[in-house]
Design a protein around this ligand. Structure first.
Ligand code: GLC
Ligand code: CA
Length: 602
């Protein structure tokens, strides 16, 4: 064979191989619909016969410190929020959850409250609050506040009195106990590390209880005076026109007040996690909160969403069934896989499969119970795009495909600030860039475990809550338009390209994708299916394809998100209602590219 002929045949062979390879890259994926659990049908029917104002709505969480600064001090504030309400309105948001804005020493960024009826001056004034609320109402939006009543701040006036006199009346609002043989009353470990007990200065054998930081003393819900004070405060906000509450760490209110402790766990410090005790007493929570619901929530027709970890199947109906104590609870099924006693360095790697399987389980449990709140991110978690998606899809394309998977789940979906533009984790370069008290704790834990400083930084950077707390990215000017001053925490590295303004102009941006998805979710033709339709997982032969149906006698939709790195095809018919990326019907098959997603109707 002549040289040129040889080359051309080699080229031809190479082309042929490439063709075979690209054909082979299209993976045929089968999808099989799960059978329907009859108890889910009953719950769906019950819900649709008793519609609530929050059914059919979409919620959004604002982390006030990081949303928008109006006065150049580098800290987000209420006037900043008011100035950005149109962004939320255009996105399609109906309900806003504000993380705490009350007076606070900010040890845990406002989850340590020193005065429940005052606005933290760094966020503004009560007048700013009233103005913000009225601007929300003008736009037809609802506000839910953060209700942090498992604990308050050690700077709260009542706690200061209690600390000065552990046997006085104020001490009964808290848990003050004597130590045993020079040791704390029990061996529980706080959520933020170390003992849940702190010595009372000047009263050496007394300790007080704090499940979180030592500046967050636990409130005693078994004391009727404490409960009265909480009801008064809650009604104060509801009477102002607030529409409800996200209720912080609430399962922790049930305790064994004899404080017997627990057998030590595997960590090896002789302690056991407080959350284990909380889970053991979960069944008591509905009894403790019933009065609160009946005297505050019901008369105002308010919405409550519980931050309720450690639930078990038996108590779900009492927690958020038709006569449950909360209107809804966040679905933390996927989050609960991460949390473990050892710490960040021992957390598993996130994956699409983990996200999918946990959400399927959460959705199935929820529809046998009531109206849960699906989330993909919040202020306590890293960015979902970075946590669950393969590196090649940790970009706008992956964010859109994940958005499709998320936005049609059953319940009241909460979008977290920045999620709507596909924010990824922040590139923290040194341990001094973290602001969260947990980050410092976890860094030390990782070093103690034998990790090098670089490895410790890497684990903390991957899991830190600060990933969700870096400022919202509005435009490509200095500090992304968040502040004209120095931001309280570092900015995300990509703000020049990753920001609201840039995405507004691009019809295929993550932001416009979220807008379109919310519009579709609320489209009157499908609204009923979206609200009351069953959630039916579709078992996929590929672990990185997430597919489900929403179904009602009135009709159904199918959602398929290909979060794998290969193109896929499915033996499916239907009409495309929405698509992102590469999706088409060809020869009776649906072709779906890597990082692409569709919503179909039959
Ligand atoms: C909740 C909050 C978290 C806070 C903790 C203590 O989990 O979401 O941010 O640190 O409670 O209040
Ligand atoms: Ca400010």
């Amino acid at each position: 064979m002549k040289k040129s002929a040889l080359i051309s045949s080699l080229v031809a062979a190479a082309i042929a191989t490439a063709a075979v390879a690209s054909a082979a890259e299209i993976k045929t994926v089968s999808l099989i619909e799960d059978p329907v659990d009859p108890s889910a049908l009953a719950v769906c029917a019950q819900l649709s016969s008793a519609p609530k104002w929050w059914h059919g709505k979409v919620a959004y969480q604002i982390y006030p410190r990081s949303f928008k600064d109006s006065n150049g001090d580098g800290i987000g504030d209420l006037r900043g929020i008011t100035s950005k309400l149109d962004h939320l309105k255009a996105l399609g948001i109906d309900i806003i959850w504000l993380s705490p804005i009350y007076a606070s020493p900010m040890v845990d960024n406002g989850y340590d409250i020193s005065d429940y009826r005052a606005i933290n001056p760094e966020f503004g004034t009560m007048k700013d609050f009233d103005e913000m609320l009225s601007e929300m109402k003008k736009r037809g939006m609802h506000l839910i506040m953060d209700l942090v009543v498992n604990h308050c701040s050690s700077e709260h006036a009542a706690f200061k009195k209690a600390l000065a006199d552990p046997e006085g009346p104020e001490a009964k609002y808290f848990y003050f106990r004597k130590g045993k043989n020079g040791l704390p009353p029990d061996n529980l470990r706080s959520y933020f590390g170390g003992s849940v007990w702190e010595k009372v200065p000047g009263h050496e054998n007394y300790y007080y209880l704090h499940y979180f930081a030592k500046q967050q003393p636990d409130l005693n819900w078994y004391n009727p005076d404490l409960r009265e004070r909480v009801y008064d405060m809650v009604n104060f906000w509801l009477d102002k026109g607030v529409d409800g509450f996200r209720i912080d760490a609430i399962m922790n209110v049930a305790k064994d007040t004899a404080f017997p402790g627990l057998p030590p766990d595997a960590v090896g410090d002789g302690m056991a996690e407080a959350k284990v005790m909380t889970a053991m007493h979960a069944a008591e929570v509905p009894g403790i909160l019933k009065e609160f619901r009946d005297r505050c929530i019901k008369p105002h027709d308010a919405l409550t969403v519980g931050e309720a970890f450690g639930l078990n199947d038996e108590i779900l109906p009492e927690i958020y069934g038709s006569d449950g104590i909360f209107s809804s609870v966040f679905d933390f099924t996927v989050r609960e896989i991460f949390e473990n006693a050892k710490g960040y360095y021992d957390y598993p790697m996130g994956s699409v499969k983990m996200y999918r399987d946990a959400n399927f389980k959460g959705q199935l449990d929820a529809q046998k119970t009531g109206f849960a709140s699906p989330i993909t991110e919040n202020h306590d978690e890293p960015r979902a795009v970075s946590l669950y998606l393969p590196p090649k899809l940790q970009n706008a394309q992956g964010a859109r495909a994940l958005a499709v998977a998320f936005m049609f789940m059953r319940g009241l979906p909460f979008i977290y600030e920045g999620q709507e533009i596909g924010m990824t984790n922040t590139d923290f370069k040194s341990k001094d860039e973290f602001r969260d008290l947990v980050a410092a704790e976890e860094y030390t834990k990782a070093l103690d475990h034998g990790l090098s400083p670089q490895e410790a930084l890497k684990t903390v950077a991957l899991q830190s809550r600060d990933n969700a707390r870096t400022p919202m990215l509005w435009d490509d000017t200095m500090n992304a338009g968040f502040t004209t001053g120095t931001p309280w925490i570092r900015m995300h590295q990509d703000f020049k390209t990753l920001n609201v303004k840039a995405q507004e102009q691009d019809p295929t941006s993550v932001l416009n994708c979220y807008r379109d998805l919310i519009k579709l979710r609320k489209d009157p033709r499908f609204a009923e299916i979206m609200i009351y339709g069953l959630f039916i997982p579709m078992q996929s032969s590929d672990d990185e394809v997430l597919a489900y149906k929403r179904k009602l006698s009135a009709g159904e939709i199918t959602v398929i998100s290909n979060l794998s790195l290969h193109d896929t095809q499915f033996d499916l018919k239907g009409k495309i209602l929405y698509q992102t990326g590469k999706a088409e019907f060809k020869d009776g098959k649906l072709l779906l590219g890597s990082g692409s997603a569709v919503v179909l109707k039959p």
